[in-house]
Design a protein around this ligand. Sequence first.
Ligand SMILES: Nc1ncnc2c1ncn2[C@@H]1O[C@H](COP(=O)(O)OP(=O)(O)OP(=O)(O)O)[C@@H](O)[C@H]1O
Length: 605
Amino acid sequence: MTTVRQVWGTGLKMAGAPLVLLLVGIFSSSNDYLIYLATATAVAYILTSAFNIIYGYAGVFNLALVAIYGLGAFTAVYCVVQLEWSFWLSGLAATAVSALVSVLIALPSRRLDELFLAIATLAFTLALTDLLIDWEEFTGGAVGIFAIPSPTFFGLDLIGGFPEYYWLCAVFAWAIFVISRRINASGLGRRFVALREGPRVLAAVGGSMGSTRLVAFGISGAFAGLAGWLYAFFQLSLSQDTFSFQRLTILLLATILGGAGFLYGPVVGVIVLVAFGELSFASGQSQDLVLGVGIIVLIALGSGGVAGVLARLGERWNWRRFWVPAKATGVGPVPRDIPQQRGESQPIVARDVEPSELVLSDVTVRFGGTVAVDGVSLTLRTGESVGLIGPNGAGKTTLFNAVTGDVRATGSIKLDGRELLGLTPEKVVNGGVARTFQSPHVIPDLTLIENLMLAGDTGSVGWWRQALLTPGARKHDRGVRERAMRMLAEFELAGRANEKAGSQTYGTLRLMEIARNLMMNPSLLLLDEPGAGLTEHERDEVASVVRRLSGSGLGVLLVDHNLSLIRAACDRVYVVDHGQVLATGTPDEVFAHEGVISAYLGVPR
Ligand SMILES: Nc1ncnc2c1ncn2[C@@H]1O[C@H](COP(=O)(O)OP(=O)(O)OP(=O)(O)O)[C@@H](O)[C@H]1O
């Protein structure tokens, strides 16, 4: 039974899209209007996929995409009409120019937050539109360009609106679908998800917001340029309408209505919008009215659009054995043959940790007039667990933030002699210092194994190999998945690998966050209040995990208010108060220290 289902699933996956495109082509080839509609739908699908990659997968609201599409269309026509290049070369040029310009837009805005980035891309659209209209040689100005020559392929005319041109567009639509699916199931897809769900999560797993954004802009720009090229030779005339605001609205609507972030979202969205368009045509209503109704439907569907509704229904009625659309997570099936229980005798980190030393000297952090950390010096070596305690507001988290590059500090923070001050959080993580947060930084919509796999790509294959899911990238991916499963087993979480992080207890999430950090093979681990909000049993589990971590060679710096956890887990303790080190020594020594007792009980020193 399983085998039949597997064969059916694989067959559907491999042959489903080409079969649908083939049937559409055969069915509509005898009718001019239907073939025109089918071709327009295929081109619109490619453009919508471009927006789905950048917005649906990576969460970047890039309003410049329609302008990039227009740029691709005009570049292709310029290459053919003015430079007399071949049709195919013009497609290559349109795709490359669009990808390049898209990356150039992203470059100055690498560190902007979402809203400002959206405004920046909108400003780019306005500027490019004006520029293109003024550049008459390139765009034909306000009038546009007419009489674009039809392409030929080995003597065969590919005239827009005729079946041959549909087949060309169908092949490209299929290729874009395959690439989108591969991105969806790759490490690159995971990075996009992390970017979408929170840049701090991305940095915590060693990814760079700036470069992940650049890749998303590049890929979506290339898709949009390709769509522009196909559109230009389909219409055989071009005007400013190619990148009008109405087209932008339709693009947004198709992506969000279909289901942003879902592989099948653009397919559904484009089909629904084409149906709406036909409805407006048949009923004699204006397209704006139909668009308005579309937006109302969109609001009624809630987030996730049509694909989201199908996914919710599928989960409720257990349609999983048939088909349920899945949102991009960058994860394939979870292996079943991995041990579910940890081996107590085995260390958590199954590798030799390189000896490492973190040395903080005279570290100071100021927030305006507040000195949160005031000249702190401490050391942490591999193979030891060190506690950092102090009353609320003493500066413990700020000190963590200084080490991990989350706040500016003065003084010196050296890892094996290399200065960490001034490095970005992802560079610190990639240098071997990982951390957890006071409230766990996880992606609630992803399962536990998916959350772990986000961190499994350090030192991995390049982004383009991941995007194309080459054999090397596939092998790497399988390795990451198996390692994530083993890591979950080490924390006795393997049984919950497929459960959403959002439905887990604090205790599970804290262990999962530690496991995710271990996926990056750090030398030193900073744990910020791992015992907060846990039951006594869960706190004992955390203490045992910390002991096992330092026993297997890692250096652990542990902040917590629970002194029995600190006593059970730590070899040495630093006590801070008002940003300064008050005492240091073994747990027994510091807990007997008068100044520590008065700081905790609030008695004047
Ligand atoms: N981003 C910030 N901007 C301004 N002040 C801050 C900021 N972060 C921390 N502070 C201040 O710095 C001081 C130290 O705060 P911090 O969170 O590091 O203390 P803590 O020891 O971790 O406390 P807790 O145990 O309650 O988590 C506090 O006075 C806090 O108000």
